[in-house]
Design a protein around this ligand. Structure first.
Ligand code: NAD
Length: 410
């Protein structure tokens, strides 16, 4: 196992709820490994005529509740370990919001910023050719993740349909609207996180006066900032890889987005001041984590001042940091609930594809809201019943649901 292994973190989380979820040893043993794990090699003709071979993975973790479901990540740091962890988390995520899907994940080791558009297209098509025999609308349904987007999903769908010889829009989600994508999919992760956060704030009595900091002003983070600002909340700080900016009176998010687009970063924004310290340690009431894994570890957990943390990113708080924050009384909305809005709308996209009938944005959002609020209440009730954290409550709930489906099949 790698050092700082994400999969080890995922396994530790599983064992920590083994008893409360009532897991028999045989079910627990099955849940420790993906049902199928694939490593594929993808030869790609580069623009200069050379052939370069990329490595890709697909982990099909569990399909007891329905077809495997999970995104494809294009990143230099993709590894077997990371893909396995993300596929296990997807299994819990689909179970937490109770949609009839299992969990999977894929990735390719590549820095997509170094590829031309043509090279990226050939890599995307090559990856799907490699895994095509093992995916399908009722088998395994990929989607976008870090550094993959609707354009890449379109190439992948097109390649898949050429292989099988018929239209199959439901085999991949996060597609452009023109070929079967869903309204609201582009900002669904943030929107789902917003519905959950509002429910929590109502429960704990924190209102619109709360100071909100966002680590990671990318797709999920910037959409979240926009939705919160539109609903009357104040974003007092935001950051990206280059640094952060703050304004105690609330940042103008639209202008900040324009600034980021023009300069590539939030720093130097005229409507705020550059942050001196780390955004994770800033004076704030709510901290939204929307960057990458292991942002808060045992090294910095003591210095986190937020009362509430929303994990829009996957695995941003390490298990040791989680313990420290729980001791301090920080309320953490765990990733498997907080960012499940993305897969929630992916599921709605599949349903629309299957019916060949498409909903308006208002209809999609109403369905997402219902799904997320029910997920929140189920997690809250599991937390109360087990006198534990929201994270443990979410795990107990998800693992119990997956295990029940496995038992019912055996
Ligand atoms: P993205 O690449 O659009 O955004 C990530 C942002 O984080 C970038 O602005 C980057 O500059 C910033 N960042 C990276 N490291 C940082 C650091 N150390 N400090 C501050 N900022 C940093 O990616 P995204 O799609 O927004 O995904 C972010 C996270 O949310 C990932 O963990 C992803 O798995 C998760 N997520 C995204 C979706 C989705 O639909 N986009 C769905 C579920 C989960």
């Amino acid at each position: 196992m790698e050092k700082n292994s994400a999969f080890q973190n995922a396994l530790d989380q599983l064992v920590s709820v083994k008893e409360q979820a009532g897991l028999e040893d045989d079910i627990y043993e099955q849940l420790k490994k993906p049902k199928r794990f694939m490593e594929v090699s993808i030869p790609v003709r580069m623009d200069d005529g050379r052939m370069k071979v990329f490595t890709g993975y697909r982990s099909q973790f569990n399909d007891a509740r329905g077809p495997y479901k999970g995104g494809i990540r294009f990143h230099e740091r993709v590894s077997e370990d990371e893909v396995k962890a993300l596929s296990m988390w997807m299994t819990w995520k689909t179970a937490v919001i109770d949609i009839p899907l299992g969990g999977g994940k894929g990735g390719v080791i590549v820095n997509p910023k170094e590829l031309s558009a043509g090279e990226l297209e050939r890599l995307s098509r090559g990856y799907i050719r490699a895994i095509a025999p093992f995916i399908g609308e009722r088998v395994d349904i990929p989607a976008p993740d870090v550094y993959t987007d609707p354009r890449i999903m379109a190439w992948m769908l097109d390649e898949y349909e050429q292989i099988v010889g018929h239209k199959a829009p439901g085999v991949i989600t996060g597609k452009p609207l023109s070929i079967g994508g869903s309204k609201a999919r582009g900002y669904s992760t943030a929107q789902g996180g917003f519905y959950v956060l509002e429910e929590l704030l109502n429960k704990i009595g924190l209102g619109k006066e709360a100071r909100i900091s966002i680590q990671g002003f990318g797709n999920a983070g910037a959409n979240m900032a926009e939705i919160m600002a539109k609903n009357g909340y104040k974003i007092t700080a935001a950051s990206d890889t280059k640094g952060g900016v703050s304004d105690p009176g609330g940042l103008d998010i639209k202008k900040l987005e324009e600034h980021k687009k023009a300069t590539g970063s939030v720093i130097g924004f005229a409507g705020g001041e550059n942050l001196k310290g780390d955004i994770l340690e800033a004076e704030t009431d709510i901290l939204i984590l929307a960057a990458l894994e292991n942002a808060i570890t045992k090294e910095n957990a003591e210095n986190v001042k937020a009362k509430v943390i929303l994990e829009l990113a996957n695995g941003p708080v390490s298990p040791e940091a989680d313990e420290i924050l729980n001791e301090k009384g920080t309320v953490i909305v765990p990733d498997i609930l907080a960012n499940a809005g993305g897969v929630g709308v992916s599921y709605l996209e599949q349903v629309q594809n299957a019916y060949m009938y498409y909903w308006s944005e208002v209809e999609v959002l109403a369905k997402l809201k219902e799904m997320m609020i029910k997920g929140f209440n189920d997690v809250w009730n599991a937390k109360e019943a087990n006198k534990t954290s929201m994270r443990n409550g979410a795990y107990i709930l998800a693992v119990t649901r997956v295990a029940q489906a496995m038992r019912d099949r055996s």
